[in-house]
Design a protein around this ligand. Structure first.
Ligand SMILES: NC(=O)c1ccc[n+]([C@@H]2O[C@H](COP(=O)([O-])OP(=O)(O)OC[C@H]3O[C@@H](n4cnc5c(N)ncnc54)[C@H](OP(=O)(O)O)[C@@H]3O)[C@@H](O)[C@H]2O)c1
Length: 292
């Protein structure tokens, strides 16, 4: 990498994270280019090579993924193709071209049975197809790309794309009552904050490997929905009057999900000085943005 600002190529250009990276104050048109699936398909090697030849990046930030957790149970092949083979393709090409690969993974690589938050060194044991495909993608990157950062994050929300916060707001306009699970604990994490974390890391880049980052504190999906609605009611009188708490068994989603897969974020604090921010302030910001 030369002394000027590194050139960044972002895959999965319509993802929540790509949108957050593009609209971040630290992103400039001359240093960051993002490609949609049509422009750069990570499952198709010639398509990756074409984009690299055209943009000559120092760093590839891979936000492209198959993220439909329940659908992945039925579309196993597609999920593996993108999350495992796609990650491997990028790793091999990055190695050939001496490009740093920054990749995102998930708390769903863990089974959620551990009593305390997961560290990067803890054993993984995915309990759904999505988690397995992301884990295999991580392994491929560790095996093939000597220069990489894998950032595991959880419960992503933002003003962009599809996510839990936007689904709750959408349903709040249409339904009087909702049922949300209370026995799955997560750390909701704002995509804009992940973008800030990434730009901070890229200024320093003196440690590589696997890192965890999420917002704090941990909460159930039920309590997260309550917090979202509390903000939303500041802006509008909505049809949604009652949210009922139910168990995962009652909800019966296609994919199993970890009961509690909180990520321990000590390592990123130790190596990069990055502290976790609270999701509540980000919910306030996103809901405000969506209503005003
Ligand atoms: N969402 C979460 O709660 C969450 C939690 C933990 C970790 N993560 C990880 O964080 C990263 C970003 O998640 P996100 O929620 O921002 O993603 P997202 O909004 O679901 O977007 C994923 C993007 O990947 C694109 N894509 C799919 N297949 C592709 C391919 N073969 N080549 C290029 N692009 C392809 C999709 O394009 P199309 O829409 O055109 O198919 C979509 O724009 C992913 O690695 C995800 O696994 C997400």
């Amino acid at each position: 990498m030369n002394n000027s600002l590194p050139k960044l190529l972002v895959t999965g250009g319509n993802s929540q994270l790509a949108c957050a990276l593009r609209s971040h104050p630290a992103a400039t048109v001359s240093t960051l280019v993002s490609c949609t699936k049509e422009q750069l398909d990570i499952t198709h090697t010639p398509s990756i090579k074409r984009a690299i030849k055209r943009y000559q990046p120092d760093i590839i930030i891979n936000t492209a993924a198959y993220t439909a957790v329940d659908k992945a149970e039925k579309n196993q092949k597609q999920a593996m193709q993108v999350n495992d083979i796609g990650a491997k393709n990028l790793a091999l090409i990055c190695e050939d071209h001496h490009i740093l690969l920054i990749h995102f993974s998930t708390d769903y690589v863990f089974d959620g049975s551990q009593a305390h938050a997961y560290q990067e060194i803890d054993s993984t044991n995915p309990i759904n197809v999505y988690g397995l495909s992301k884990w295999l993608g991580e392994c491929a990157i560790r095996q093939h790309a000597s220069q990489h950062i894998i950032l595991r994050i959880s419960g992503l929300f933002s003003e962009y794309g599809n996510n839990f916060l936007k689904t709750i707001l959408h349903l709040a306009h249409k339904k009087n009552e909702l049922q949300i699970v209370y026995d799955q604990i997560t750390c909701p994490t704002y995509a804009g904050d992940v973008a800030t974390v990434l730009f901070h890391m890229m200024k320093k880049l003196d440690h590589f490997g696997t890192y965890h980052y999420c917002n704090t504190p941990s909460t159930s999906w039920y309590d997260f929905a309550i917090a979202i609605m509390k903000e939303a009611r500041k802006y509008s009188v909505l049809p949604l009057k009652k949210i009922h708490s139910i168990t995962s068994a009652q909800y019966a989603a296609l994919a199993n999900r970890p009961t509690c897969s909180n990520l321990n974020c000590d390592k990123i604090y130790h190596d990069y000085g990055i502290a976790q921010s609270s999701w509540q302030q980000h919910v306030t910001h996103v809901v405000r943005k969506l209503f005003l």
